[in-house]
Design a protein around this ligand. Structure first.
Ligand code: TYD
Ligand code: MG
Length: 455
């Protein structure tokens, strides 16, 4: 076989060069040239040229598709099925990302061991030895008599073995350790990760194998290999969670077969990851008595409501640029909320540092957090605690209006179920009766109204 030629391609603009250089000659970006395989378009596996007989090919109305029953395979782990959109789809490729030590290998060992009882499965480890994987499986009491393990990092050999074994479900731990002989660059480099993943994706699609790829996350929180992998796979799942806390959240960032932002919740125990099927209130920390700067919000990530505590600390600042620090919440959103607070409620914080934290390592990305965040900030600023039995949610607009959020009633029911007695919500989310069970619902329309309520 003729040796494949490599070229250098700019990760920023896509221009190609025959030699490596520090700066891209086309767009001028620095350090963006990466080695890649040179491939004439006509060599590309998906290119069949225009020369063949095209009379038999035609576009058809979408409605003419044959009814095919959906063939999802349950992983046996309910929370994982949930984030996948109801189970594994044969031929799909799922990328699982997360910090080192968060539990990616544990989850996949557990899942594949359970699946191996029903389907042929193959676990490929490029990071741990046979012994390490085996010891972990034994400690977790997993049924491993049928689970096949391969320790290998060369993608061509990996695929050869997989072609013999014909697994229905296969996992590769991790994609950063895999390399292809075509390229000279080191394993873990962008070109290697992309090319190896492309080969694995092609294998999954051709053989209808469900494939899991584990990916490491870089320091700035993205999957190594500037997002190239996210485009190639069908589903991207991220592990979230505090290193200190035992709870782990898996979130679907992209899903061609289901809803995004769906959450699966697990707890790390000495017997591996255990599902948390009713996670609604695990992120509440109970204080002995009410403390300033804390409020409970009802968030709805994915398809179920969850109660989480939002904390704020406002402190006098001696910096020219006071600090705006958020954990689990968006920093730009905080800056915007503080501006709204100043303009529409007359509370200025330009000489204060503001810290916002969502307890338990949860990341809240929805706008329903606006109102709780502002109330927590004000509570800390005024050093006055909010009632403990109160929840809040609502979006705050730039004009100082409180806007309704989706699924208000469901959120209120969840709060009432957990014994909360007061809820501050947008008028559009308030039930006609003004209460749900024992819980009084206070509807607000403007920010100044919202911050005066039950103080
Ligand atoms: P691991 O799955 O190896 O993480 P990753 O593959 O994402 O890097 O998880 C390792 C961590 O999980 C390690 O810190 C120990 C902890 N752990 C438990 O607490 N209980 C267990 O049963 C297992 C297997 C791991
Ligand atoms: Mg691992």
């Amino acid at each position: 076989m003729a040796k494949q030629k490599s070229v250098y391609s700019c990760t920023s603009c896509g221009a190609q060069a025959s030699k490596w250089a520090g700066q891209c000659g086309d767009c001028g970006a620095w350090n963006t040239l990466q080695e890649a395989v040179a491939q004439a378009v006509s060599d590309h596996p998906r290119f069949s040229g225009y020369s063949g007989d095209v009379t038999t090919i035609r576009a058809e109305p979408l409605i003419n598709l044959e009814e095919e029953p959906e063939t999802r395979v349950s992983t046996g782990v309910g929370e994982l099925d949930r984030v996948l959109g109801g189970g594994l789809v044969p031929g799909s490729v799922t990328l699982i990302g997360g910090d080192p030590g968060i539990g990616k290998s544990t989850l996949l060992t557990q899942t594949l061991a359970a699946l191996s009882q029903r389907l042929p499965t193959l676990y490929v480890s490029g990071e741990e030895s046979r012994r390490q994987v085996g010891l972990r499986a034994r400690r977790l009491n997993l049924p491993v008599d049928k689970l096949k393990l391969l320790t290998e990092t060369g993608v061509e050999r990996m695929i050869k073995v997989a072609q013999q074994e014909m697994p229905r479900v296969m996992a590769v731990d991790s994609i950063q350790t895999v390399y292809t002989g075509i390229l000279q660059s080191a394993p873990g480099s962008v070109a290697q990760v992309r090319e190896s993943a492309a080969q694995l994706v092609r294998f999954a699609k051709q053989t209808n194998t469900a494939m899991f790829l584990i990916g490491h996350v870089t320091k700035d929180g993205t999957l190594a290999g500037p997002r190239v992998l996210e485009h190639m796979v069908d589903t991207v799942l991220y592990f979230e969670g505090d290193p200190g806390s035992r709870y782990r959240i898996i979130r679907a960032i992209k899903n061609r077969f289901g809803a995004v932002n769906e959450l699966g919740v697990f707890a790390m125990t000495d017997k591996g990851l255990r599902e948390v099927t009713n996670p609604s209130a695990i992120f509440l920390s109970r204080h002995e008595k009410p403390v300033p700067g804390s409020i409970i919000m009802v968030t709805r990530e994915g398809s179920r409501p969850m109660l989480v505590e939002v904390q704020a600390l406002v402190d006098e600042s001696h910096l020219n640029n006071p600090r705006r620090v958020t954990l689990g919440h968006e920093q730009n959103r905080l800056a915007m909320l503080l501006a709204v607070l100043h303009r529409h409620a007359g509370v200025a914080m330009y000489d204060h540092d503001v810290f916002v934290n969502v307890v338990g390592g949860v990341r809240v990305s929805e706008t329903a957090a606006d109102l709780p965040v502002l109330r927590a900030i004000l509570s800390s600023y005024r050093d006055r605690a909010l009632p403990e039995d109160m929840v809040a949610f609502g979006e705050v607009g730039l004009a100082g209006e409180i806007r309704p959020v989706p699924n208000g009633e469901e959120r209120l029911n969840e709060a009432a179920k957990h014994g909360f007695k007061r809820a501050i919500v947008p008028r559009g989310n308030s039930p006609a009766k003004g209460r749900i069970g024992d819980m009084k619902v206070i509807a607000v329309q403007r920010l100044d109204e919202a911050i005066e309520q039950v103080w």
